[in-house]
Each structure stands twice: as C-alpha cells, then as structure tokens.
Design a binder for this molecule. Sequence first.
Ligand code: AMP
Ligand code: MG
Length: 417
Amino acid sequence: MTQLSDDCFAFGGALLTVDAALAQIEQRVVPVVETEMAPLEAARGRILARDVVATMNLPPHANSAVDGYAIAHADLMPDRETALPVSGRAAAGHPLGRPVERGEAIRIFTGAPMPEGTDTVMMQEDCIVEKERVRLKPGIRKGANRRHAGEDVAEGTIALAAGRRLRAPDLGLAAALGHRELPVFRALRVALLSTGDEVREPGTALPSGAIYDANRFMLAALLSGLGCEVSDFGIRPDREAALTDTLAAASAEHDLIVTSGGVSTGEEDYVKSAAERLGSLYFWRLAIKPGRPVALGQVGGIPLIGLPGNPVAVIVTFVVLARPLILRLAGAATSAPRLFRARAGFVYRKKPGRREYVRASLQRDGDTVVAVRYPRDGAGILSSIVQSDGLAILYEDMGDLAAGAMIDFLPFAEVIG
Ligand code: AMP
Ligand code: MG
C-alpha cells in the first residue's frame, strides 16, 4: 500500500498557497514501487518504470525516403545530366540482395534498404526514364533522400525514459524497437465517492431539492485518463458515521481516496471530521479561487484528497492539486503541466494574495493568441468549463488585470483528456 511519508504536520491558520500545497504533496506522497509488464495495447496512460534502451538501430537499415533511383553520388556529373542503366529493383521488404557496381542505377521505393554501393536517391519526379536507362539531373546533394540506420534511435541509447507517462507515440516507438510489452508501475487503485444528501444518481428520479451527481463521473473519467483503476463508492450522505464507514472501507485495498463535496466549514461538511477520526488532515483552506476548500489527509496510511463540491472547483482543484498528487503517486517523473503565454482579452478585478483561475477560450488575433474570458464565472457553472479551452492563471502577487496584459494559460488539453 502507498504511504504518506509523514503525518506529523497539520494545517495552521492562514490560507495555504498553491505552491506550498504542491510542495507538501511533493514531500509527503511516496510513489508506488511495484512494477508489472503491460502489453502495448494496455500501456497507454501508464507510467514507464524503467528506461527503454534501444537494443537495435531504428531504422534497422539505411533505406530510401522516396520512390526513385538509388545511385552512387560519385557517378553523377556535377554540371550536366547523367544517364545510367537501370539494373535492379529494391522495394520495401525486398532488398536488392547484391552489392551495386559503379555506374548502375537501381529502381528503389520508399522504405527499401539502400543497396550496398549506393548513397543517394533521386526522386522519380526528378528523373526522365527511357527504356533501360534513367536520366538524372545534376545538383543533387550526396546522401539526399537516404535515411541512415539508427538515425531515429541509435542502438544503446535511451529511447524512452523511466517516469514517462506513455502516450500513443511512445507505444509506437516501443513497438518499432521490437517491444511487445513495457515495464510500468502498477496502476493506482483509487476509491472515488461523492458526498451530499442532495446528490442523486443520474438515471434515477430527481426529488425536489436534489441534483444529479456530476462530479463522480467527471472524476472517474479524469482518473482513468491518468491510468488509475477506479473503484466506485457511490454517493454518501452527509452523516459522519456513514462517511467514516465508507472511508475506512475505501482505505483498504486502495492507494488513494478521492471525494467531492463536504469539505467546507458548514455544519453538513463531514469529510474532514471523518478523515480526522480515521487518520489525519493536512490542509483544507487554500488561497485559490475557485476551490478554496480542499482537504489532503491520510486515512489508514493512504492519501485522501477531498475536493470541493462545486463542479467547476472540482475541475480546477483536480488539475491544480489532485493531478500532480496522482502523477507523483503513480511514479511519474514530472507532474507540472506546460503553461503557454496568451494576451488577456478581458479586464479582471483581482485580489492580491490568492491565485485565481479564470475560464477562457483562445482566439487568434494576428500573431498573438488572446484568452477570452467565459462570461459567466460562478463555481457552479459547469458549462463554463465545457465551453472553455483552459484556465488563465492570475498569480498571488497580481492585482487587477488590464486587458492586453500577457498571462499564463493552462490549456485543458494539457491536463484533462
Ligand atoms: P459542498 O462542498 O458539499 O457544500 O457542495 C458545494 C456545492 O456543490 C453545492 O451546491 C452542492 O450541491 C454541489 N455539489 C456537491 N457535490 C456535487 C456533485 N457530486 N455533483 C454536482 N454538484 C455537487
Ligand atoms: Mg455537500
């Protein structure tokens, strides 16, 4: 089971900054160490546990990048056309099978091994073909249209570094190097639940005053997108005993518990007290908007992250805190998303001292990218996330934002699938 390295700290008083929260996550969360072999078909989103060192050159043999004629560059006349006899044929999967003499041209196709004795390929579009001969224009560079053995990955070098989250191209590269399976850290087992007396299962009747559970479905998708195996603990009522029972059950056989709702300071918010009863709570008030109440704790030795109830705050706090936590726990080498610069297409009244994430879409304006703020910004407006491209980040030290200022932008494409 995964462990938090130390549970002897607790949240003091003032609001915690995002960076301080991330530093605590970095410090406290101990990654899984168990590894397994994953067939390539099942390896997407998993974290590579060991370097993949190429045991062969890629490509394995020098080959032609185009359809045309393979020749020895030295046979070409530098200042006028050269006519050479076409004396053989090499296609992909069908090497010529003999060395080439000086003065020969070989009909060659993309991917065919370069015949020994040739070094350059003239594209067929640049050749004039006569009966048994081909006429080649002057001026081609030696080595043109030839791919070297090992030019993609040289034998003995690291093709994929440990700690990578495997994406489709990684799997392609591993396959190209002959791998059928890859060593990965075992998938995190994540227990997921929603809280709230008002929260109901979609597909069932909705009593007056109730709402459907949006968060659990969002979070399940976000978690499986990060390679986690999700156990669904459903919707728990706002009763401390019910939550305590569920959290205790969830802390067995899992690496992480993710909850939403019930972490504010209201009378009906029991996630914190249940977690405190079973384990300990590290922090729960962040200097962040939206999403101030977030709990990180441990229950039975496994981390618990208690996200807010409002769906927008769920997305923001998942992206900002839960995702780095999960990636670190899962053995990923890096967890910080790349940020991009954009021009603010809006003014914003910003309180210094906290970090704000503003939902925005990107538009092109000549050579610059402009972040256009979504007009409605309530923490309950889930369609604002659906309609936005990402989050403009207004840092703690920033005050009011003037239109046209350059800002950091976190595209959802970087962090949520
Ligand atoms: P809470 O943090 O429990 O006070 O919830 C804050 C807001 O989020 C309330 O309006 C809740 O009704 C709403 N909420 C809580 N859980 C969910 C959920 N699973 N899906 C959609 N909305 C929720
Ligand atoms: Mg609630």
